[in-house]
Ligand binder design. Structure first.
Ligand code: PXP
Length: 258
């Protein structure tokens, strides 16, 4: 199919994930540093949205954090959640702008792979239905596999987020292969009418090739930006990421920036 969908756009949004501000806060308990303050700073520095993952074990973001992020920000909140009754109840109460359903295992260090929408279709469907009915923009975090995208469109979500973790972890030819899978999946998403986001593990070096993919309209980046903030401040880290994203996208559009 060659018809351009409404999602084929030149603009690229940056969602800043503030989970690891809470990780640092929780290392000592108390209230410093505050993820809401970081979110406000990220927004002022050029973030288009804020993402936070309330994990079942509350290892970083707390219930109070997510409530404050939902109520105190002007930027749209993307609530990352596992498909569990507890998380659905919180999403329906807080009504964030968007919710990204992610797989979650207690023992993992981070979200280690995408959702298996093909095999968990019946399990995920009621969650997607309830979030859709509440007017929340639902996305599914999936590996760059066309079959997962086909299931995502059948289940009724408007958006998928492609997991860029394998691409970031690999080097050389293997990374090139992962990049190709992401490009093909982004194109497939566009052809079947899914809005395409991407994220996980992105930094100043790995992000530009992803930002250059025209069918991707949003990147969600956390760990690297919060780590980089230790050295040069969050304002500078977000501004630099934003500028590099815009450059990568502009080059891909054949424009040269002044
Ligand atoms: N997107 C999703 C769905 C995620 O689960 C995460 C990690 O919480 C990210 C993006 C951001 O990944 P990172 O913190 O590695 O930038």
């Amino acid at each position: 199919m060659s018809n351009p969908s409404p999602h084929s756009t030149e603009s690229l949004r940056l969602g800043v994930n503030v989970d690891h501000v809470a990780t640092i806060r929780n290392a000592r308990g108390g209230s410093f540093p505050d993820p809401v303050r970081a979110a406000q700073l990220a927004e002022a520095a050029g973030a288009d949205g804020i993402t936070a993952h309330l994990r079942e074990d509350r290892r970083h973001i707390s219930d109070n954090d997510i409530e404050r992020l939902a109520n105190e920000l002007t930027a749209p909140l993307n609530f990352e959640m596992a498909a569990t009754p507890e998380m659905l109840k919180i999403a329906l109460k807080l009504k964030p702008h968007a919710a990204c359903i992610v797989p979650e295992k207690r023992e993992e260090l981070t979200t280690e792979g995408g959702l298996d929408v093909v095999n968990k279709f019946n399990q995920l469907k009621p969650y997607v239905n309830s979030l859709n009915e509440a007017g929340i923009r639902v996305s599914l975090f999936v590996d760059p596999e066309p079959t997962q995208l086909d299931s995502a469109i059948s289940i009724g979500v408007p958006i998928i987020e492609l997991h860029t973790g394998s691409y970031c972890e690999k080097t050389g030819l293997a990374r090139g292969h992962e990049l190709q899978r992401i490009k093909e999946s982004a194109q497939h998403a566009n052809e079947i009418g899914l809005e395409c986001h991407a994220g996980h593990g992105l930094d100043f070096k790995t992000m530009p090739s992803i930002a250059a993919i025209p069918n991707i309209v949003e990147l969600n980046i956390g760990h690297f930006l919060i780590g980089e903030a230790i050295f040069g401040g969050l304002d500078s880290a977000v501004k630099r990421m934003r500028a590099l994203m815009d450059d990568a996208r502009a080059k891909n559009n054949g424009c040269t920036r002044a």
